[in-house]
Design a protein around this ligand. Structure first.
Ligand code: ATP
Length: 455
């Protein structure tokens, strides 16, 4: 794994994974742009999450709700009142910082002075104006989590799919938080993506499902290549619990800056549906909710056995995509000493996550038959739907191997003179991890590649 953030930051920029946002204007704190390989990696992580959370289960439906929502969503979700971090100001150097790591003695992160203010609450939501008229009522917020769109669509999904408990709704999308101190590359940013599942169950079955999701999510991260020894659980208690949570287990990963939260798995009880439902008095809601005077829908489900309507409990595994990508990159980063004394940098991604699946390189740039066969193979492999297959005609295979090691391409295929002269059109297939090369006939290449990526 990577030992320092710097080596990751530099590889990410050099090879086109991640760039500082608005770089040509001096940057924008807490915002990053994903480059040609970063967008592929991100898409592959999202696809793996969706596959495991939606397609491989038959009790979860997908959703893609709007980012801009009615401001009442954040009034009743509790975010308007309580989605804050404690902040202090330094009188000496005038910087502002998050204060939740400060105990009794408060010291400025920046200059070390103890001449700082008492902590005060800072709301992390970005406020924005909607429509051409700017007045007291025209504001809303950018969503600070994707979850609320799931709760507000609960009835729509139940009515359109006839779901009964237990079942879940999954969503991937952008969230925004005006973090007081964004830091550690893409670990803490102001614009990020979340992959969230809200899993609804009967009250009383919530703790069982909470355990289930903590373990299921840990296994998913292992399947993405994270090593068991780099994952820990942290049981969140007392004041550290969010306003909606009965209990939360954070899944931590050993980032270059230490063990930190990768995903939170929260038991949100009946708080959210209870807050957003109309006719709250009818349901015996257990959570402490704000009295709702605006909702037009009952967010409850019929319990056929007990013959009554009830507001389900909800378990939420909420993973950060950017943090996930950082964890996967950290883990994949490998520096290897070679026999000839040189070192190579390899990103040992699991094949399904690799931004480029196969690179096809003609040995000779200007030999038409070689180029034609290489292009034909690219088109054939691309049709398999495995992801990006790159045809790359630089004429320098050795350099190509090094570059593809560094971006984690699992397979490089070289088309050479033998390929156009010998029967069966043999091509050379080189493996990223072992660096071994084998010869495969062109007609067998699609089957070889499918077998490699599917198994
Ligand atoms: P933290 O304590 O690190 O601020 P949190 O507990 O506020 O995180 P949650 O509200 O549980 O985070 O959000 C769920 C997930 O969303 C987190 O586990 C993380 O992966 C991701 N996430 C939250 N805030 C950020 C951020 N500012 N930048 C990147 N990812 C984030």
């Amino acid at each position: 794994p990577a030992k320092t953030m710097d080596e990751l930051v530099s590889l990410c920029k050099r090879r086109g994974f991640i760039f500082q946002g608005s770089e040509i204007y001096g940057g924008m704190q807490g915002a990053y742009d994903y480059g040609p390989l970063g967008v592929e990696l991100k898409n592959n992580i999202k696809a793996a999450w969706w596959r495991s959370m939606v397609y491989e289960r038959d009790d979860v439906e997908g959703l893609d709700a709007a980012i801009i929502q009615n401001k009442h969503v954040y009034k009743y979700s509790g975010h308007e009142d309580t989605f804050t971090d404690p902040m202090v100001d330094c009188h000496e150097c005038k910087s502002r910082m998050r204060a939740d790591h400060m105990k009794d003695i408060k010291v400025c992160d920046n200059c070390g002075s103890t001449n700082v203010t008492e902590p005060r609450d800072f709301n992390l939501m970005f406020k924005t104006n909607v429509g051409p008229m700017v007045d007291e009522e025209s504001y809303t917020y950018l969503r600070p989590e994707t979850a609320q769109g799931i709760f507000t669509n609960f009835k729509n999904v139940v009515d359109s799919t006839s779901r009964a408990l237990p079942f879940g709704i999954a969503q991937i999308g952008k969230s925004f938080r005006n973090e007081i101190t964004p830091r550690n590359f893409i670990f803490r940013v102001r614009e990020f993506e979340q992959m969230e599942l809200e899993f609804f169950c009967k009250p009383g079955e919530d703790e069982k499902w909470h355990d289930f999701w903590v373990n299921t999510r840990k296994q998913w991260w292992l399947d993405q290549g994270l090593a068991e020894e780099n994952i820990q659980f942290e049981y969140v208690t007392g004041d550290d619990l969010s306003h909606y949570s009965k209990s939360t287990v954070d899944i931590l990963y050993k980032f270059p800056h230490g063990f930190e939260e990768l995903e939170g798995v929260a038991n949100r009880t009946d708080y959210d549906l209870g807050s957003h439902t109309k006719a709250q008095d009818e349901f015996g809601i257990s959570a402490k909710v704000k009295k709702n005077e605006h909702s037009t829908a009952k967010l409850a489900i019929r319990d056929l056995e007990a013959n009554k309507w009830e507001v389900p409990f909800c378990i939420e595994p909420s993973a950060g995509l950017d943090r996930g990508l950082l964890a996967i990159m950290t883990e994949a980063y490998t520096e290897e000493e070679l026999e000839n004394g040189s070192t190579r940098t390899v990103l040992k991604f699991k094949p399904h996550l690799a931004p480029i699946k196969v690179a096809i390189m003609p040995l000779k740039k200007n030999k038409p038959e070689i180029v034609a066969l290489a292009k034909e193979l690219k088109n054939k492999l691309q049709k398999l739907g495995l992801g990006r297959i790159l045809y790359e005609n630089t004429g320098n295979v050795g350099k190509g191997y090094r570059r593809h090691d560094e971006v984690g391409t699992p397979i490089c295929v070289t088309v050479d003179f033998d390929s156009i002269e010998q029967e069966g059109a043999p091509v050379t297939v080189r493996d990223r991890d072992t660096m071994e090369q084998i010869v495969v006939n062109a007609a067998d290449l699609p089957a070889y590649v499918v077998n490699y990526f599917i198994n």
